[in-house]
Design a protein around this ligand. Structure first.
Ligand SMILES: [Fe+2]
Length: 167
């Protein structure tokens, strides 16, 4: 391995796949926001998984475990899409979550309040992801569109299941 290879840094790659360069840049910026929101919801879901109490403990504890595993896997898929489109991901956790629209949970909550908060956060992600999916399709970025449709499928199912617990 040469010294220059050791010094190589990820940088904006010259991507020539037929996607418009400015659309690619905008899509990557918006994927960065989805990545931040996904991390924010991942941490909130995990914290609720640990701290939920009461008669709904088991269903919420088990469903949040399914959800944080999916959300963690999704961060990898989203970040790798940004790389494949020729851009670097946010380089710190702080810069990742500063792009997020969602906010952290900072106080104790009842099981019902936890579910309500999670539903609202999943719904907020659905609204922004749908807009970005439409932009990706308009830019002929079918791969990002497909990825985001997968995220919508997960979040909409999560909303249904969370609501069913407290209905
Ligand atoms: Fe656990």
């Amino acid at each position: 391995m040469t010294t220059s290879a050791l010094k190589s840094k990820p940088t904006k790659a010259a991507v020539n796949t037929g996607l418009d360069a400015s659309a690619r840049k905008e899509i990557c910026s918006e994927l960065g926001q989805v990545l931040g929101d996904t991390y924010m919801l991942l941490v909130k879901t995990h914290v609720y998984h640990w701290n939920v109490v009461g008669p709904l403990f088991i269903p919420i504890h088990e469903l949040t475990e399914e959800h944080y595993k999916d959300l963690f896997a999704a961060t990898d898929v989203l970040a790798e899409r940004i790389r494949a489109l020729g851009f670097v991901t946010p380089l710190s956790f702080a810069s990742m979550v500063e792009r997020a629209d969602l906010t952290e949970a900072t106080s104790a909550a009842s099981a019902e309040d936890m579910v309500e908060t999670l539903v609202a956060d999943h719904e907020a992600i659905v609204r922004s992801v749908r807009d970005i999916a439409i932009k990706a399709e308009k830019a002929d970025d079918f791969v990002t569109h497909d990825l985001l449709v997968g995220r919508l499928t997960f979040h909409e199912k999560a909303i249904w299941m969370l609501r069913a617990i407290v209905s």
